[in-house]
Design a protein around this ligand. Structure first.
Ligand code: MN
Length: 742
């Protein structure tokens, strides 16, 4: 959609959007707030007045929309609205943080500061994005609104990604799937998370996205009828009870359908749980549990439930605040249907997540203790993140990986001997629990008892276990503990412990080395050290000292070097150190050009095809600059792509194919069909006789009546492969043709 408004229409549109924002803000702001919001709007309007977005729209549309998302879709209040309006002002214009603080106070200034820090330095040649993510998470513990506004910002950018150039689309989409969607999930922002995921798919696998979207809309009518029939008897009974309720059919997101198709390897038609039925009841909070169970019994009176699929997240909610009652029942057509039962309040929290949770928690009219207890799960999670952050990891990537594993972990609950409840990540061991109790208890842990029975330290905790740790002052960590611990806290403490121990060993080793030098009157410390390292194959000085410290390497051996040293240095040529360095200057240069694949001599850049996805000429690809192996060409749909793009964006280069029919690519193809005489012959005839494609390898398997043939083919480009697929599926008996990755 091209943008073409006159200045007059444009100004009208800006005002229209601003008024809509105010309308939505009404329920969450006090009378005095409107003035400050107006001031923020005016400041942003003035600051961005010369700027336009890539689409041609005036820039101010963006902050207004971000504020709109913050209030409408996350349920945030005035501070966040003001911060959202101002979020790009410090970064993109002459306005300073001091100006913001003067005009809007310290709170807003700190949020803007956080937002500016996150967005800065994503450019080519800068430190890896991982470092930025880490900064972002640091702000989480400062003020969670920074992350919430950032998510609103990211959502709007994803919604308007169309006008961005292709390589930017891929980079932004990858970052989104890699960190922002999981973050939204963890904060309980369910609708934002699924929209982010769907948009990711739309830009990385456009065909798949539209294929599924079309299928969903094609089957809509049938689905609506099914839902109407299904809820009809339930609706009647609920009305008889005079309950204030709504029932809707909730379709699954495109992304989750796609994941299911991939994971279970099934076509769209075979996914039975395309939607869930949701019953939302409006009632007083103290009655909601009873009413939800009452509705449950009405549902299960009408349809037979599957007892193994009952989920009660009302009695104990999920860590991200989610509460609901889920059951799966057999419909009259023989299909299983998931039914979700919840109150209006629970639904709000499920959709809007943390912010809504907050709102309910801080409702001054409600002083029930139950709510405070529910809030603590998130508080506890934030405390864990804070703990993770305080450890100044030198490797930001390792940190992100660690954090991501914490995002997806489900927690379990165990009891202390006194009966206190402790939350631990799923998969934690008895040793982790010891570290959770106290660092010292962990470091001197000797054994553990679960429900009064002795267990090994590697015992994996189960929900409801009663834990008791036996410790002794003489006990100290051993090397294999590193393999036992799972929590980031225990890992950190151990790492620090071992680093400390290693340091002591190294210091000792260095002392020994110095003593040796002194004893033999060697004055050329530096060059002797280099000679010794070179001779015995040490790259790192620390490792060298460490081995001496552990007496793995005895200084006596160094005697043989003394003579040479005294003769002078000519006999020992010192090689320059070979640490791999990423030449960012060179990458910057490469980045401006586009890598043309298949052409001889256009560039002297060495490239090869990634083994993880085996791209074929014509497919959407990108180049990734490796440290020691030149440039690797990956498909944009490669399963490694999101991580590469999100973590090393500055090492991604554009790549495009040149028409070059002399080059052949490996394509692994699997053909499945029902067995009949001559089917293999028909398939190979199509491949080699009709299309003249060379078959490098064949593997055929038959079980019962199904044949599975795997071919390694030499293909000149993706178009040929597409045509071949269309032809192969026509062969009598063939059920499916698919491309295999790897
Ligand atoms: Mn922005």
């Amino acid at each position: 959609m091209a943008y073409n408004l006159s200045i007059e229409e444009e100004n009208k549109e800006i005002l229209r959007r601003y008024r809509r924002l105010l309308r939505y803000s009404k329920p969450v702001i006090k009378p005095g707030d409107t003035k400050v919001i107006r001031k923020a709007f005016d400041t942003a309007l003035e600051a961005h007045k010369e700027m336009r977005r890539k689409s041609g729209e005036p820039y101010i549309f963006h902050p207004i929309e971000v504020a709109q998302i913050a209030v409408e879709e996350i349920g945030l209040g005035p501070t966040s609205i003001i911060s959202a309006l101002l979020h790009d002002v410090v970064e993109d214009t002459d306005t300073t943080l001091e100006d913001i603080e003067k005009g809007f106070g310290r709170k807003v200034a700190r949020i803007i500061d956080g937002l500016t820090k996150i967005s800065g330095g994503f450019d080519v040649g800068s430190s890896p994005q991982a470092e930025n993510f880490r900064k972002m998470l640091l702000t989480l513990t400062d003020d969670v609104r920074v992350i919430l506004v950032k998510l609103a910002d990211r959502l709007h950018n994803m919604r308007t990604l169309d006008s961005m150039p292709r390589h930017k689309q891929l980079k932004i989409a990858s970052e989104t799937i890699y960190i922002y969607a999981p973050l939204a999930h963890r904060l309980g922002l369910y609708s934002i998370k699924s929209e982010l995921e769907d948009l990711y798919l739309k830009y990385t696998e456009t065909d798949t996205y539209y294929f599924i979207a079309n299928k969903i809309s094609e089957t809509k009518r049938k689905r609506s009828k099914f839902i109407r029939d299904f809820i009809n008897p339930i609706q009647g009974e609920l009305k008889d009870l005079y309950l204030d309720f709504t029932i809707k059919g909730r379709p699954k997101s495109i992304y989750s359908i796609w994941n299911k198709m991939k994971k279970d390897n099934i076509p769209f038609e075979q996914i039975y749980d395309l939607f869930a039925i949701r019953i939302i009841v409006n009632c007083k909070q103290e009655e909601e549990k009873a009413i939800c169970w009452q509705i449950y019994s009405i549902v299960t009176d009408n349809y037979i439930p599957n007892p193994s699929r009952l989920r009660d997240w009302i009695s104990s909610g999920k860590t991200n605040g989610y509460e609901s009652l889920h059951t799966t029942v057999m419909s009259s057509t023989g299909k299983w249907v998931e039914v979700q039962i919840r109150s209006k309040r629970m639904d709000d929290i499920a959709e809007k997540g943390y912010a809504a949770h907050w709102k309910y928690k801080e409702d001054p009219n409600d002083k029930s203790v139950k709510k405070a207890a529910k809030g603590s799960a998130i508080d506890e999670w934030i405390a864990q993140v804070r703990d993770l952050l305080q450890y100044d990891s030198s490797n930001a990537l390792e940190f992100i990986t660690d954090f991501k594993s914490n995002l997806y972990n489900k927690e379990i609950f165990v009891f202390t001997p006194k009966g206190d409840l402790k939350m631990m990540p799923n998969g934690s061991t008895a040793l982790d629990f010891a570290f959770e109790v106290h660092t010292d208890v962990g470091l001197h842990c000797k054994g553990a008892k679960v429900n009064h029975r002795l267990v090994p330290l590697s015992y994996v905790l189960k929900n409801g276990d009663q834990m008791e740790i036996v410790s002794h002052p003489n006990q100290s960590p051993s090397d294999d503990w590193k393999k036992i611990v799972k929590t980031s806290k225990a890992k950190r403490v151990l790492k620090e412990y071992f680093n400390g121990a290693e340091k002591a060993i190294e210091d000792h080793g260095k002392d020994e080395f110095m003593k040796f030098l002194k004893k033999h009157k060697i004055k050329t410390f530096e060059s002797f050290l280099d000679t010794a390292k070179e001779k015995y194959g040490y790259e790192s000085t620390r490792k060298f000292y460490n081995d001496i410290g552990r007496r793995k390497f005895l200084t006596g051996e160094l005697k043989s070097l003394i003579l040479k040293e005294q003769k002078g240095n000519e006999s020992v040529a010192l090689k320059p150190r070979k640490t791999p360095v990423i030449d960012t200057e060179k990458i910057k240069k490469i980045n401006k050009t586009e890598l043309i694949i298949g052409a001889g001599g256009v560039s002297d850049i060495k490239y090869s095809f990634a083994k993880c996805c085996n791209p074929i000429s014509g497919e959407s690809v990108f180049g990734f600059v490796t440290i020691s192996d030149g440039i690797k060409i990956h498909k944009t749909s490669c399963h490694n792509a999101p991580e590469l793009m999100a973590s090393y964006g500055y090492r991604i280069i554009k790549a495009k194919w040149e028409q070059d029919e002399s080059k052949k690519f490996l394509a692994k193809v699997k053909v499945t069909g029902t067995d009949r005489m001559g089917i293999m012959n028909d398939i190979t005839t199509v491949i080699s006789s009709i299309y003249g494609i060379n078959i490098k390898r064949v593997r055929a398997e038959t079980f019962e009546d199904i044949v599975e043939d795997e071919f390694h083919l030499e293909i000149i480009n993706i178009d040929l492969l597409t045509v071949l697929f269309e032809e192969l599926i026509q062969v009598e008996g063939v059920i499916s043709v698919e491309r295999l990755e790897e």
